[in-house]
Design a protein around this ligand. Structure first.
Ligand code: ADP
Ligand code: MG
Length: 230
């Protein structure tokens, strides 16, 4: 067999981002280099204000203002048009935020069905997939609950199911359990990681919790605007 060359799900080269406020410029990212391989779960550690969210927004193709190169699945994102970038995001990436950002007027099942239908799935398939994911997260009895009728931990589980609904190659999570108490945080993160592993997705998960980071495959630290491996 010939040697397989695996393409990273995400590759960052010389990524820079600064913010200017009045006459003060803060260089948040000063040349970040990173590759995430298929199925790899990477913890992004760094104190508050170190640039974790800024980095995730860059990888998520959610924000402009960056220099350097971002490749998703071997394709250079900056070479794409806005609509191609939207399609790239939809086809490859899933997002989990610190606050769930679920649609308040839709129940748990509908919140997980919706992104699949936007991506072109039919309703029956989307509902099957949503039921399966929510079931794997222990929410079989909560399918018809709206976000306001769910606990914080349950809301984040729905957000996890939604992020995985379209089988992303890479899940980006910004302090996904940062809003939960410690015991719930640990439990939800454990379920999140095993679901991501079971699906074979890669993930980049920002946290400032060392113990949670230790459960992932690899840890990178954001310090002085660059990434340092452990
Ligand atoms: P973290 O997620 O690690 O807490 P952030 O990426 O949110 O860090 O922020 C990193 C730094 O960039 C902070 O000093 C913050 O004040 C600054 N920053 C982030 N977003 C903006 C913005 N839109 N405008 C100006 N400064 C920003
Ligand atoms: Mg942040």
């Amino acid at each position: 067999m010939s040697e397989a060359i695996t393409t990273p799900v995400a590759a960052l080269t010389g990524l820079r981002r600064s913010f200017t406020q009045g006459d003060i410029t803060i260089e948040v990212l000063r040349g970040v280099n990173m590759q995430i391989m298929p199925g790899e779960i990477v913890a992004l550690l760094g104190p508050s204000g170190s640039g974790k969210s800024t980095l995730l927004q860059a990888v998520g193709l959610l924000e402009g203002g960056f220099s350097g190169q971002i490749e998703i699945g071997g394709v250079v994102a900056s070479a794409l048009s806005a609509s191609e970038r939207t399609a790239m995001r939809r086809e490859n990436l899933g997002f989990v935020y610190q606050f769930h950002h679920l649609l308040p007027d839709f129940n748990a099942l509908e919140n997980v069905v919706m992104p699949q239908m936007i991506a072109g799935a039919n309703r029956a398939d989307a509902e099957g997939r949503a039921t399966e994911l929510l079931g794997a997260l222990g929410l079989s009895q909560r399918l018809e609950h709206r976000p306001s009728q769910l606990s914080g931990g349950e809301q984040q589980r729905v957000a996890v199911a939604r992020a995985l609904a379209n089988r992303p190659r890479l899940v980006l999570a910004d302090e996904p359990t940062g809003n939960l108490d410690e015991a719930t945080s640990e439990r939800v993160l454990g379920e999140f990681l095993s679901l991501v592993r079971g699906e074979g997705s890669a993930a980049l998960i920002a946290t400032h919790n060392e113990r949670l980071a230790a459960k992932m495959d690899r840890v990178v630290r954001l310090h002085d605007g660059v990434l340092q491996p452990d």
